[in-house]
Write a protein that binds this ligand. Structure first.
Ligand code: SAH
Ligand code: SF4
Ligand code: F3S
Length: 425
């Protein structure tokens, strides 16, 4: 591989969840440490790295499509190479080389030392030492606090590709948040596939305790956490949201289905009654809390009546936002052994029904804020008109009709609202 006199350049491409975003950022730092420049555009790059997702077939298809484009990119200049990591690497491993002959490396994102050592040998003389990364202008950062998942939801591949739960220590997390804040970050999102099963490996401190420790980091303005499992919802967590000044009033609590029979087939380990009680508690303890959820439509055997259960749950709860996906069978999961028997057209119709119902609900909820004061963390300015925008504590995107500096926290009155965003002045 010929890289010339300059540091070899890496182009990072990513799909999937927030955990992949955090992994991609950590990879960029590892590349910089060994002397590779990780911020390259594809056309300037010597090495392309794909950080992949396997949660639905669509995510895998995106990576396959990208690999198709990269085959041409690789041929256009000698010495170029392609590496794949992330959840498809964990799922398919070395079998990917037969499917994608253009691929040079497949590596484990959690154990990248061996891969980094190979790159160091390969680029040899072209590598002069750590490449300084430009000071980030990042205001928000993702901080993984627990890896893996011990649940076994029957549709889900995550436990297979991410392994068993492993929590990081409170001190380690607090130290990382401290470094991020020194670098200009004012908001962190504590991450885990099942974040509310977090426990410090030594002291047993739970997520509420971790949040209290993170709250003590001077200079931090906001903290959030993703993704909670309904069966680990605790009174202590709701109390933490209410009490801690940095804790934002937002709970993302995936329900997946509004039918008990479907939830049983999904092995979600809670009933709708229990789920509703958690939401009732959340709204009682933190009245201004925003609630969001994930829904799967067209799961194996989902009847018209079961789907109607989901629609009526959405009408009853009135979530602020809903992420909906059509069921996608994943090889190796328990549900893969059941027939995927809801026809594609029906899945699509159910998906559209959820989207259109939720659009009305989100719009109504946002419009109920007209005239109210919201706290906005200003994140940037619109590319076209330079208007400042940011998010409220409830995570609503808000455009400001007045001057405000990114990084500042302002209070503004809501003057307009759609299903997707607020305007405040
Ligand atoms: N740990 C989180 C997120 C898991 S993956 C949780 O428990 O909710 C993110 C979302 O993808 C899930 O909430 C689910 O709605 C969706 N999902 C997971 N597997 C899926 C599959 N096989 N088909 C369709 N959607 C799926
Ligand atoms: Fe998947 Fe269920 Fe674990 Fe979420 S809780 S990652 S849906 S197995
Ligand atoms: Fe996808 Fe892996 Fe996240 S499968 S959703 S990138 S944990």
């Amino acid at each position: 591989m010929v890289a010339g006199a300059r540091a070899p350049r890496v182009h990072l491409w990513q799909v999937g969840c927030q955990m992949n975003t955090a992994d991609t950022e950590a990879l960029a730092e590892q590349f910089a440490e060994i002397g590779l420049w990780p911020g390259a555009a594809l056309e300037d790059a010597d090495l392309a790295v794909l950080v992949t997702c396997a949660v639905r077939q669509h995510a895998e298809d995106k990576a396959a499509g990208r690999l198709g484009e990269l085959a041409k990119w690789k041929l256009a200049r000698p010495g170029r190479a392609i590496a794949l990591t992330g959840c498809m690497a964990a799922e398919h491993g070395g079998t990917l080389f037969a499917r994608f002959p253009q691929l040079d490396y497949v590596f484990d994102v959690r154990d990248a030392d061996g891969f980094m050592a190979r790159l160091r040998d390969l680029y040899g003389g072209a590598v002069e030492g750590p490449v300084p990364l430009p000071a980030g202008d990042r205001l928000s950062a993702y901080v993984p606090v627990i890896h893996g998942c011990n649940e076994m939801c029957t549709y889900c591949i995550v436990p297979f590709v991410r392994g068993r739960e492993r929590s990081r220590g409170v001190q380690e997390v607090v130290a990382q948040v401290g470094r991020l804040v020194e670098g200009g970050v004012v908001e962190v999102t504590l991450l885990g596939q099942n974040v509310n099963s977090y426990h410090d490996p030594n002291t047993g401190t739970d997520l509420a305790g971790l949040m209290a420790a993170v709250d003590g980091v001077p200079g931090l303005r906001r903290q959030r956490f993703l993704t909670s499992h309904p069966r680990n919802a605790s009174a202590a967590l709701l109390a933490a949201i209410r009490e801690l000044p940095t804790a934002c009033e937002h709970l993302h609590l995936p329900v997946q289905s509004g039918s008990d029979s479907c939830l049983r087939r999904m092995k979600r380990e809670y009933t709708l009654r229990e789920y509703r009680l958690v939401l009732d508690d959340a709204r009682r303890v933190v009245p201004e809390i925003a609630l969001s959820t994930d829904i799967i439509v067209g799961f194996c055997g989902e009847t018209e009546a079961e789907f109607e259960g989901t629609m009526s749950l959405l009408r009853e709860v009135e979530f602020d936002t809903v992420h909906v996906q059509a069921y996608s069978p994943r090889p190796g999961t328990a549900a893969h052994r059941r027939p995927d028997d809801v026809p594609p057209a029906e899945k699509k119709a159910r998906l559209q029904a959820v989207l259109s119902l939720q659009r009305q609900i989100s719009e109504r909820r946002n419009r109920s804020l007209l005239g109210r004061t919201v706290e906005v963390l200003v994140e940037g300015r619109g590319a076209e008109d330079g208007r400042p925008y940011g998010r409220t504590r409830q995570n609503r995107v808000t455009w400001l009709e007045r001057a405000a500096i990114p990084g500042s926290v302002v209070h503004a009155t809501v003057i307009d609202a759609t299903a997707w965003q607020l305007t405040a002045a």
